[in-house]
Design a binder for this molecule. Sequence first.
Ligand SMILES: [Zn+2]
Length: 85
Amino acid sequence: MGSMSQQQFENFTASSLYCDKCKAAMPVRERLLLILPDKEVYDYLCTGCASSVGQREVTAGEKLMAQAATPRRARRAAPAPRLHL
Ligand SMILES: [Zn+2]
């Protein structure tokens, strides 16, 4: 139980990056490209032409820091889990 309400914000975190093909700053979609034991590699795809415009590596340490600094949005959405029996 509880698995149905998995967070959907995760691929909505990226903003805009410059795309060579579109010659403009385009909204990008973040996609998990590679999972390594100590880090994860994300690929940024242009939403206009679907080409890769950048990559980002997130180490385990950075991930922990990101979790510590939880965005207010997420906290507001789910302040505390509640169980209804
Ligand atoms: Zn593009």
